[in-house]
Design a protein around this ligand. Sequence first.
Ligand SMILES: Nc1ncnc2c1ncn2[C@@H]1O[C@H](COP(=O)(O)OP(=O)(O)OP(=O)(O)O)[C@@H](O)[C@H]1O
Ligand SMILES: [Mg+2]
Length: 424
Amino acid sequence: MAKPDIQQVKQRFGIIGSNPDLNRAIDIALQVAPTDMSVLVTGESGVGKENFPQIIHQFSHRKHGTYIAVNCGSIPEGTIDSELFGHEKGSFTGATGERKGYFEVANGGTLFLDEVGELPLSTQARLLRVLETGEFIKVGSSKVEKTDVRVVAATNLDMVTATRNGRFREDLYYRLNTVPIRIPALRERKDDIPLLFRKFASDCAEKYSMPPITLTDDARQMLKDYYWPGNIRQLKNITEQISIIEQTREITPDILKLYLPANEVGLIPVGTINSSEQKSFNNEREILYQVLFDMKKDMNELKKIVHDIVAGNMKAADIISSPLVGSSDKPLPPMVVNSSERNAPITVKEDGHTIIPASNIADADVIDAPEYEEETLSLQDVEKDMIIKALERHNGKRKNAAQDLKISERTLYRKIKEYNLENL
Ligand SMILES: Nc1ncnc2c1ncn2[C@@H]1O[C@H](COP(=O)(O)OP(=O)(O)OP(=O)(O)O)[C@@H](O)[C@H]1O
Ligand SMILES: [Mg+2]
C-alpha cells in the first residue's frame, strides 16, 4: 500500500495545523498502520489523540474489520474484565447469559483502548497476555481462546510515573509502547493557534448563520501566549463561547481576557507544569465545586447547631463532640475525580463511581428546617442552571456539555434525569 499524503490525511480527518511535531505524529501513524504493532498515543488532555487510532485503522489491512473504541476509565472496575474479554453464563451475579468481549468481537480488526492508564492491575495482567500470545480466557471460563486484534492505546497520564509508583505494570507499558506517538500540547504549537481559531470560528458562524469572529493583532498574540491547559478542546469551547456571546465580530484583547482565566494568560512559563499537575489543573473546577459544597454543608451544620442551642435541644457535651467544633483542620471527604470518564464512545453506565456534588446535596437534604432547605434548593438551582447552560451551549450534545462542565458523562446523565432535563 502506497503511503498516503499527510495533507490528504489531515483533510480526511479534519486535522488542522502544520506544526512539524504534529506532522511527525501523523507520519509515524501512517508508517506503522500497515503493521500489527501496538501503538501508544500520549499527550495532554484535549490535544487530539482520538484521531490517531482511527488513522491507524483506516490505513491498515484491517480497515474492513471491526473498529471498537473503549474508554477504559468509564467502565466500572467490576465489569471491565467481562466487557473486554467476555464472560460465561453464571460467572457472577447478574451474568444471566454468555457475553462476548471486545477482544472477541474485534477479531480481525482494531481495538482502541482509550485512557489505558486507568485499567485496574488485574485487567492489565489479562491484557498483557492477549497482547503477547493472542490468547484470552473469558471470565468464569477455563477455556483458552484465540483472537487477532490490533491494539492502539491512548493516555494523558505520565506513564513513566504511573509505572514507578506501581499503578501501571512496567512490562505492559513497554508492550503497549512498541511504537510511541506523542501529540504536542497546543502551547508547543503556537503557530497553529490562529489556524484552529479561524476554523472553529468559521464552523460556528456557518452553524448559526452569522459572520465569523476575527481577532485584532494584539488579541491574536494574546491567544498565542495563553497557556491552554485544556488544549484544543479548550480553544474550541472558548471560540464557540465568544462567537455566540459577543455581539461585535472583531475580538480585542479586552474581550478575550474575559474568556481566558487571568492566572493562565501567559503567566505560567512553559515547562513548569508536569503532566500530573496538568491533570489536577484540569480538574480544578471539579475540586472547587467540591470545596464549595463542603463549605455549604459545614455552614448548614453550624446553623443547625446554633438553631438547636437556641431551641435548647443541645447539651454542651454534644456541641464539643460535634465534628465542626474543635477540628479546624477537618479533612475533605474522599473525592472521586475521574477526568477520564469523558469521551466514552461505547458504554455510558449510570451505576459507576460516586459523584461529588450529589453526595453533598444529599447530606444537606437531611437538614429539615425550612431555611436550610431553601439554601439547599438554591444550590441545586445553581447546579441545574449550569447544566442547562452547558447543554444549550453545546446544542444538547451531552458529551461536549460534560467536558465543558468537567464532570463525567455518567454524572451528567444522572443529573439530567434528576432535574428532568431530558428534553433539552
Ligand atoms: N488538529 C485538530 N484540528 C481540529 N480539531 C482538533 C484537532 N485536534 C483535536 N481537535 C478537536 O479537539 C477536541 C479534543 O480532541 P480529542 O477528543 O481527540 O482529545 P484527547 O487528546 O483525546 O483528550 P483527552 O485526553 O481529554 O481524552 C475534539 O473536539 C477534536 O475534534
Ligand atoms: Mg480522549
